[in-house]
Design a protein around this ligand. Structure first.
Ligand SMILES: NC(=O)c1ccc[n+]([C@@H]2O[C@H](COP(=O)([O-])OP(=O)(O)OC[C@H]3O[C@@H](n4cnc5c(N)ncnc54)[C@H](OP(=O)(O)O)[C@@H]3O)[C@@H](O)[C@H]2O)c1
Length: 324
């Protein structure tokens, strides 16, 4: 088990890794040269380091990004240190159902396999705003965009797993913040209710949704007998662009909590562990912190809420503009 003690000391858990482990370290012996991966938000922060390390292990990695220029810069940096890296960039705005659908169509048209989907992109603590489809922005970006993307790519992943015999893996970047959603968990009765909006609780809600998505999707895949696992991770506390809406507060907070923070290579470790580590073969519906399994909140373990969120999300992605 992990906790504050192991976080601060870097003490390793039963996986053999801990909070001080880096993405390179946890994938050291892994050959990913037969893997094709998509990393959303792979042009910066934890995602960019994830792309770099997956490519270092031989994977063909597609950066799914709303900022193609930043992705090209990230790709150039990776190639500067690893000329064999196989990295591409494709445009994706997760806050737009149209963009998600276009991305999926474009990816499928490439006729590539897909072994690994890392749902990494995210926004945090933004002021209230509706997406172009009329859904609160943190829920739309962090959960709904990834929900739709995953569904659109699922047949491709199933086919790849069947054809190659290689287990497909889906990794959702959740957060410890999933334990602080609205009091009712997911605000089904007012997802767009600005009068009751809290940027902090809406972020927690979206990260809870990431975990509930894992729960229901893994159940469905298991029932189908699909050779695909789905897990979620909390990467740790890492100073990235994610803090843009709370930069001043976070800098002050960091002064008092500096022992709890990780650097980016450490921040990408748990994602890369869940994505590639051989010890997780067949492991699904789990949540990892510092590369070790951890229990999620009671809401995140609620099967009824997971199913309700699935239906709610399907309804939302079906309609292009809904508000309440
Ligand atoms: N950093 C932490 O302490 C921490 C803690 C817990 C969980 N997490 C989670 O880890 C993940 C990665 O965060 P990070 O810290 O690496 O932050 P980051 O550097 O800001 O990376 C997030 C990425 O998501 C992209 N993104 C945001 N909105 C998007 C959209 N609508 N469509 C496509 N891409 C979009 C961003 O693109 P732009 O550059 O264009 O904005 C950026 O590349 C997030 O899901 C976050 O919730 C982070």
């Amino acid at each position: 088990m992990v906790g504050i003690f192991t976080l601060v000391t870097g003490l390793r858990g039963s996986s053999g890794f801990g909070s001080a482990s880096t993405a390179e370290e946890v994938t050291k012996a892994v050959d990913a040269s037969n893997i094709t991966a998509i990393v959303t938000g792979g042009a910066s922060g934890i995602g960019a380091e994830t792309v770099r390390v997956l490519a270092l292990r031989g994977a063909h990695v597609i950066i799914a990004t709303r900022n193609l220029k930043a992705a090209e810069e990230a790709k150039k940096m990776i190639l500067d240190s690893n000329s064999n890296a196989h990295v591409d960039a494709m445009e994706l705005d997760l806050s737009s159902f149209k963009s998600v659908r276009t991305f999926a169509d474009n990816f499928i048209a490439k006729n590539l396999p897909l072994n690994l989907l890392i749902n990494n992109a995210g926004v945090m603590f933004c002021p209230f705003r509706l997406s172009e489809d009329g859904v609160e922005m943190q829920f739309a970006t962090n959960h709904l965009g990834h929900f739709l993307l995953t569904n659109l790519l699922l047949d491709k992943m199933k086919m790849t797993a069947k054809d190659t015999g290689i287990e497909g893996r889906i990794v959702n970047l959740s957060s410890i913040a999933h334990v602080h959603p609205y009091p009712e968990g997911i605000r089904f009765d007012g997802i767009n209710d600005e009068s009751r909006y809290s940027s902090r609780l809406a972020y927690g809600q979206s990260k809870l949704a990431n975990n509930l998505h894992v729960k229901e999707l893994s159940r469905r895949l298991k029932n189908e007998g699909a050779n695909i696992t789905v897990n979620s991770v909390h990467p740790g506390l890492i100073m990235t662009n994610l803090m843009r809406h709370s930069a001043f507060f976070m800098r002050i907070f960091q002064i008092f909590t500096f022992l709890f923070w990780k650097n980016v290579p450490q921040g990408a470790a748990t994602t890369c562990y869940a994505a590639l580590h051989p010890s997780l073969k067949g492991v699904s519906n789990k949540y990892f912190v510092d590369c070790n399994e951890m229990k999620t909140s009671a809401f995140a373990r609620d099967q009824t809420m997971a199913e309700k969120l699935w239906d709610f999300s399907e309804d939302l992605v079906r309609s292009s503009a809904k508000s309440n």
